[in-house]
Write a protein that binds this ligand. Structure first.
Ligand code: NDP
Length: 341
């Protein structure tokens, strides 16, 4: 059963997502609250803290690693660039704090494995922050597939694309820096098609192949301004996924089966008003979904797990499957190989 005491979160990394999405979501949730902010920039942390009714402590990364204010939070939410997740998760685990870590969990397979090992060693709960598992439209799509309404799934098609340099007009941003990101379109947004395909099929990939390309000079440091990859699931179900950081903003996921089809479109952006389309035996159903706060749903779910001792669905091993598959795409794209997972 849940207690009356909400889970107290330390937010690590105060970028746009933390300030504009996560903090308001936690403020409106019943099971969680933000009590500590952790930043490389003390002044920023203090000014964000001043705007919050629940934050009591603003600390630097160094102070966090030294255990500052550790009595004031129960769990951490890690929202730094991908290749800067591991050190914060390791410190949190050593302090006995549970972890909600942003996707993709780290920039390399090795570092993602170290993250899982640290959380296991210190017996803390680790969840990777995928928004789609608690999204009502995607959950209904899963119900449709699970009920056999599309027959046996044959194909999944997924796309997510955006003009990142228009959204974040900074050529030096970490998403375009291989060392900080571990990959561009594939790692940052290709992960949505892959992970949602796994969720809808209730299966894990067995092999990948793919192509990547960087065309504009701003993408010189990463191989994948654009990416297209194929993911094979057991029983010959194929997912074909595309992702671009330099194309029109669009997203969808579709499962085609022996008897019909289910599609969520738009699918992956938090501000989308999702629509679910189902076709079966010559009839079509089209359902609109009210926009919900995906981050509130996600924080409430994670907090519920911590308060009840339930294991979260997207644990560290779940996140690792994505990192192995996505890193496999880069390997496959180098020389057109098929990479077995
Ligand atoms: P931002 O660039 O907006 O913020 C990242 C923050 O990390 C910075 O503001 C900074 O915070 C901190 N930071 C620490 N080290 C560095 C560094 N070397 N370079 C730059 N920033 C650093 O990124 P996002 O918030 O967009 O992304 C952060 C993480 O969240 C990523 O893993 C990303 O994939 C994930 N994300 C997930 C989303 C989702 O829908 N689930 C949506 C958006 C992002 P400070 O100044 O406080 O130190």
């Amino acid at each position: 059963t849940e207690t009356d005491d909400p889970v107290r979160f330390a937010m690590v990394g105060l970028g746009w997502w933390t300030r504009e999405q996560a903090m308001p979501a936690v403020a409106s949730g019943d099971l969680c609250e933000t009590t500590v902010l952790v930043s490389g920039d003390r002044e920023k942390a203090e000014s964000v803290a001043a705007d919050s009714a629940t934050v009591d402590h603003a600390v630097t990364y160094e102070e966090f690693h030294d255990g500052a204010a550790s009595e004031a939070y129960d769990a951490v939410y890690v929202v730094t660039p991908n290749a800067r997740h591991l050190p914060f998760v390791e410190t949190a685990a050593e302090l006995g704090k549970d972890v909600l870590c942003e996707k993709p969990m780290e920039a390399t397979v090795d570092r993602a494995e170290q993250m899982v090992a640290a959380c296991n060693e210190h017996d803390v709960t680790l969840m990777v922050a995928y928004r789609m598992h608690t999204e009502p439209a995607v959950r209904r799509a899963k119900d449709v597939v699970d009920a056999g309404y599309v027959g046996d799934p044959v194909f999944v098609h997924g796309n997510m694309s955006e003009p990142i340099l228009e959204l974040v007009p900074d050529p030096d941003q970490w998403r375009l820096d291989w060392e900080l990101s571990g990959g561009c379109a594939t790692m940052d947004i290709g992960i949505y098609s892959l992970n949602t395909a796994r969720f809808l099929l209730d299966a894990d990939p067995v092999r990948v192949q793919g192509s990547v390309a960087s065309v504009r000079p701003e993408f010189d440091d990463v191989p994948d301004e654009h990416a297209a990859f194929q993911v094979d699931f057991p029983d010959h179900t194929f997912a074909v996924c595309t992702a671009s950081q330099n194309a029109a903003m669009a997203s969808h996921i579709r499962v085609t089966g022996t008897e019909g089809e289910v599609r969520v479109e738009p699918a992956f952006y938090p501000w989308d008003e999702r629509r679910l389309h189902v076709s079966h035996g010559g009839s079509d159903i089209d359902v609109s979904f009210e926009q919900i706060d995906q981050m509130e749903e996600e924080f409430e779910y994670f907090s519920h797990c911590l308060l009840t001792g339930e294991d979260p669905y997207a644990d560290g091993e779940h996140g690792l499957v994505d990192i192995r598959a996505l890193k496999g795409v880069y390997e496959a794209a180098e020389d057109g190989r098929v990479v077995e997972l």
